[in-house]
Design a binder for this molecule. Sequence first.
Ligand SMILES: C[S@@+](CC[C@H](N)C(=O)[O-])C[C@H]1O[C@@H](n2cnc3c(N)ncnc32)[C@H](O)[C@@H]1O
Length: 269
Amino acid sequence: MPDYTQGHTSEVMAAHQIRSTSDSCGYFTPLLTSRPAAHILDVGCGPGSITADLATHVPEGQVIGVDFAEEAIQKASSQPSLPANCTFQVANVDDRLPFPDNSFDVIHAHQVLVHLSNPVHALAEMRRVCRPGGFVASRDGDWDTFTIFPESPSLKQYRDIHGTIVRSSGADPNAGRRLRYWAVQAGFSDDRITYSASPVLFTGPEKVRYWSTVQAERYTKGTFKEQVLSKGLATEEDVAAFGPAWLEWGKQPGAVYHISCGEVVCWKD
Ligand SMILES: C[S@@+](CC[C@H](N)C(=O)[O-])C[C@H]1O[C@@H](n2cnc3c(N)ncnc32)[C@H](O)[C@@H]1O
């Protein structure tokens, strides 16, 4: 399996599993209202909470979630109350997707291109399996917009290290701003793309406390820790300090966590 800098530990999947179409797909779900029978492919579906939610938007359609990680597909397939029109399978968008040309009405990828060293190939592959008249939708974060308040030296160090790790895998942590450019390179017409932006935002005592515990778990162990140490980006003590720093942030009144995400809807003629 190619590099995926986040890894698939239970902490990482827990952070992804809370996502839904209402917090991550608002830029294109209104387009599904008139397409209840649409066939949707969700690329890099991870634990599949968005995929399952997408299936409820197309009750007469079908949704397939694909991910190159077996662990993710197992987790996604074992979700409770999975809609009957939602299935999952292993596939790698860095290769050729296992579907014929023009197979789906909508191809979606959430926070996936930001992890790929060849996002243009992935978009071209998503375009290939998209039917004429359909669209490819992608949303990705822009790491340079990462804002945390109050900031601490430890969280500042975490921010820098995270960007370095993504870059060292050959991916671009500022994918959000490049989505439209990449889509044009992948064969879409610039005048058939809409670009928008929205935040990943945690603020308010309850949300901040919750997110601080998720982040404290996620960024003190597993793949992140292994990469920090193997690349010599920080010491074991530095990594151990990220946990308490996140928890401390989570107790601060007025705390804010914010990352801007770029979003594209690319129509195939
Ligand atoms: C940040 S997670 C996003 C998961 C899900 N889309 C969400 O937003 O909850 C990125 C996912 O992309 C998957 N991924 C990374 N590279 C991939 C590739 N080349 N082909 C298929 N999936 C890939 C990872 O395994 C991971 O599950």
